[in-house]
Write a protein that binds this ligand. Sequence first.
Ligand SMILES: Cc1ncc(COP(=O)(O)O)c(C=O)c1O
Length: 366
Amino acid sequence: MKIDFANLQLQYQAYKKEIDNNIHNVLNKSNYILGEEVQILEQELQKFTGAKHAITCSSGTDALLLALMAIDIQPGDEVITTPFTWISTGEMIALLKATPVFVDIEPDTFNIDANLIENAITKKTKAIMPVSLYGQPSDMDAIQIIADKYNLQVIIDGAQSFGSTFNGITDSNLGDISTTSFFPSKPLGCFGDGGAVFTNNEEYANKIKLLRVHGQNKRYYHKFIGIGGRLDTLQAAILLAKLINFKKELKNRQKVADQYTDKLSNIFQTPVIKKNRTSVWAQYTLRVNDRDNFQLKLKEEGIPTSVFYPIPLHRQECFNYLNYKQDNFPVSNEASKEVLSIPINPFLTHEEIDYIILKVQEICNN
Ligand SMILES: Cc1ncc(COP(=O)(O)O)c(C=O)c1O
């Protein structure tokens, strides 16, 4: 058997009619930049998340940049975040010449450990940026209490978690600003790059709308230094077709996750989803001791796997100037050696799920 990690081709075939229709509508109108599909998508995203404002943009990375610019992060400001994440999280803080301050993660959820945040706060701290890794929100109650106590802003990097919930509220409707990515392999993905910023704060929303078009408030009048950060109308049209099916897809992802956990939790540390949260299962991640060997054997059986992430941010060359030591953040370091994500997507068949479980068990028992 040959398993596909993301099954994007099957997904396209399943919604081909709606997607092709939506694309052709855009082609027929040639409204490629901020066309009406972008506005319709933003309204649909607002409805879906409950957030007052949804502002689409060019990527999950640019969504983070826009969020940080909206809260006016300045050179020398400090933003507390996790080192166990994709580079964009720390990179966008550093791009604004602010300082990413890393705080270690919880060993079970892989998200920032809220108990360690207070120790990292200084006079320069402006914001906390938790990442909802693999699709599950961080401990937003604990984080919000700290943010309120020290008057800090909270920006959620929800690139992997669009549709997840904390105490029944979507991840996009928490914190001061929340972001997501529509990268093709994300739970809700487009056919290229895309992202969105969510907020209930009118002032931030208005600023982000300007920032994504070079700070322009009237043609050729630029109120702020901004970026060219719009979502293409074509991508919005594709997302509109996919959004209709998204809830159903999330249910399917959950079913796959349940089967994996049921059959694999006696041999591995399987993902821990806290009681007050839901995950959208961007990844299903096991902790494996002999990871390289395990990964190779699964590959030989036609099962692709991925490692998110093999090198935490404090050990990345680009962050040498922060002067962290290799052995700082032991929980992140340990996780980076052990995590292995196995295929999870809404289009896996029963036979494929059974096959993956069987092979994982066999390799583990040999
Ligand atoms: C945690 C996290 N933050 C930010 C991003 C950036 O999103 P994009 O690839 O859309 O720029 C990603 C994408 O992989 C991510 O996983």
